[in-house]
Ligand binder design. Structure first.
Ligand code: GAP
Length: 549
């Protein structure tokens, strides 16, 4: 299946079966925002629940986890989205959380300098447009830029389509970020016909601003959090003082974050509103390297345990020049999404060794000398004004009598990106026999049973002979056990199976003639298509056993 068709089929299934809708669709949509439909909300909730259960509720503080230097506590938190503006100054987001962007003076459109794609081209014996330029960098804002770049280059050099082979390409498609601003006179921006229309690259802060209270002045400006992490750091002392936790321990949070992405794209992959699942793990500086290793490996396993295949998933250590302003080591868990080119991967989760950057800067307002200084405000005499909270955020170990600022390991995952990866991985088309034994193409979402939005469907084979009543009894018993199940008595049984395959329901239960005579039902498995008979009074138990499996 082609890459394009693959993604198109996935997007269309998501809309058709109620996984994902464009936000504000009846008003033409809003770029970078998405709504989860009835099945999508279940799927994403299952992903978040699996994370929360594995990290918080089922964590055993007395257990020795393989690879962990010692036993540890894990607790949860739900902090507010809007927080004191100084938090963003001390976290570095106010001064450093930006993308470089370029504006086109003609089209008035804005692009990310490092993301807009283009290609160098010449045409022997010809110059481009009125500007008489010989070598041009032709860009395209299209999802698949190559054909658009070729068509635009031919037009620019005044060639007809059949003369396009006169173009001489210099290298492959690359980002505008590889082109020096001094060469911008030779760049053709998307959607315009003249060269040299881009401004110099400029910094664009990604935080979303809001105004608090009724006065509406700039002094009332605040920001929607661009990450949930800072809510955890500023509550570090509260958690230590109000619970039994001792370093090493982790604080987990799941919640919305907002970023004013310049070019939201690739379905939910890069959105302006999204959800994060973040853990800040506080440990002794001397043990932080071991904890970093532990969390990297454990988080990677989480995705494979939930069904992401080994060959589409990779763990990539960042190069020194890729590290965020606070990080002294980061690796990404990445997935080969079908909308990417072959060999490309997209980030699902970053595991960062943040050192003592955050606690120190929320305390002192000063930063690790290895990072850029954040606070450049001056007092009346022109001296730098460091403005942390002034609160002591160090930790006192009452066993060793040592006081220190803990180091932090941060596994930070995107709930929407994870959900999208599970959707892409689950999508499959295969051949399955219909009721007459004829092979038919079926679309099947092979979700891991733990995250499948619907766990089972119950059908009476026919709408008579008491079958619907028995089927409704089974359905209600499964519901009472807390399982999301569906009941359907309409249409041919094969069609009902296929409808469930398409939304990834792992098990279908059919009540038929034998149910009445022998008190058994048919249990059909989505993946193996195997049908077995199990006792009617053991259905709930059997489904629960398989879901745990
Ligand atoms: N506290 C660290 C932090 O926020 P990040 O790499 O910027 O690190 C963590 O974000 C995760 O959040 C990413 O791996 C990704 O899964 C998700 N994420 C970030 N920006 C996103 C966006 N614009 N749309 C959807 N998910 C996003």
């Amino acid at each position: 299946m082609s890459k394009k068709k693959d993604m198109d089929s996935i997007v269309s299934l998501c809309k058709r079966r109620g996984f994902l809708f464009q936000s504000s669709e009846i008003y033409g949509g809003l770029n970078g925002f998405w709504d989860y439909g009835p099945l999508g909300v279940e799927l994403k909730r299952n992903v978040k629940d699996a994370w929360w259960r594995d990290m918080v509720t089922s964590h055993d503080e007395f257990r020795e986890y393989p690879g962990a230097p010692q036993t540890f506590h894990m607790v949860g938190l739900d902090s507010s989205i809007v927080m004191h503006p100084q938090i963003w100054k001390c976290s570095g987001h106010y001064d450093l959380f930006h993308d470089m962007m370029v504006d086109c003076k003609l089209s008035k459109k804005r692009y990310r300098y490092d993301q807009l794609k283009g290609r160098w081209v010449t045409c022997p014996g010809k110059t481009a447009s009125a500007q008489q330029v010989e070598r041009v960098f032709v860009t395209s804002g299209a999802e698949d830029p190559t054909p658009d770049i070729e068509a635009r280059a031919a037009k620019l050099f005044g060639l007809r389509n059949k003369e396009a082979d006169r173009l001489v390409w210099d290298g492959g498609v690359q980002s505008l970020g590889t082109v020096e601003p001094s060469q911008f006179a030779s760049v053709l921006a998307p959607d315009v016909d003249s060269l040299g229309t881009f401004t110099e690259p400029r910094e664009f802060n990604l935080m979303m601003k809001t105004i608090l209270g009724a006065m509406g002045t700039e002094d009332d400006a605040a920001f929607l959090r661009p990450e949930t992490a800072q809510g955890i750091f500023v509550n570090f002392k509260n958690v230590v003082d109000s619970t039994r936790v001792k370093v090493p321990f982790g604080i987990c949070q799941v919640g919305k974050s907002f970023r004013n992405e310049i070019t939201p794209r690739n379905f939910t992959f890069r959105s302006r509103e999204f959800e994060q699942m973040e853990l800040e793990f506080f440990c002794h500086p001397g043990e932080s390297a071991q904890w970093y290793q532990y969390w990297r490996d454990r988080r990677m396993k989480w995705y494979t345990n939930l069904g992401l295949s080994g060959e589409r998933l990779q763990l990539r250590e960042h190069h020194q020049d890729e590290l965020s302003h606070y990080s002294c080591g980061t690796s990404d868990i990445e997935y080969a999404f079908p909308f990417l080119d072959a060999g490309e991967f997209g980030e699902l989760e970053g595991i960062a060794h943040r050192g003592d950057f955050d606690l120190r800067s929320h305390s002192e307002g000063k930063l690790d000398p290895k990072t850029r200084p954040l606070e450049v405000e001056k007092d009346a005499d022109g001296n730098p004004k460091w403005r942390g909270s002034g609160k002591d955020l160090s930790y006192f170990d009452d066993q060793t009598r040592e006081r220190f600022i803990p180091h932090v390991i941060e596994p930070s995952a995107g709930a929407d990106r994870g959900t999208l990866a599970f959707i892409c991985e689950a999508y499959d088309e295969d051949e399955a026999p219909d009721e007459d034994g004829k092979a038919q193409t079926r679309t099947v979402m092979r979700f891991h049973p733990r995250i499948a939005p619907v766990k089972a469907a119950v059908f009476p084979l026919i709408k008579k002979e008491g079958m619907p009543d028995i089927a409704l009894g089974v359905y209600r018993e499964l519901k009472e056990a807390g399982l999301n199940v569906q009941y359907n008595q309409q249409g041919a049984i094969g069609r009902r199976y296929r409808q469930q395959d398409e939304i990834g329901t792992p098990y279908c239960i059919t009540i038929d003639g034998d149910t009445i005579s022998q008190k058994t039902v048919t249990l059909r498995d989505r993946d193996s298509l195997a049908q077995e008979r199990i006792p009617l009074d053991k259905v709930t138990e059997e489904i629960q056993r398989r879901l745990k499996g």
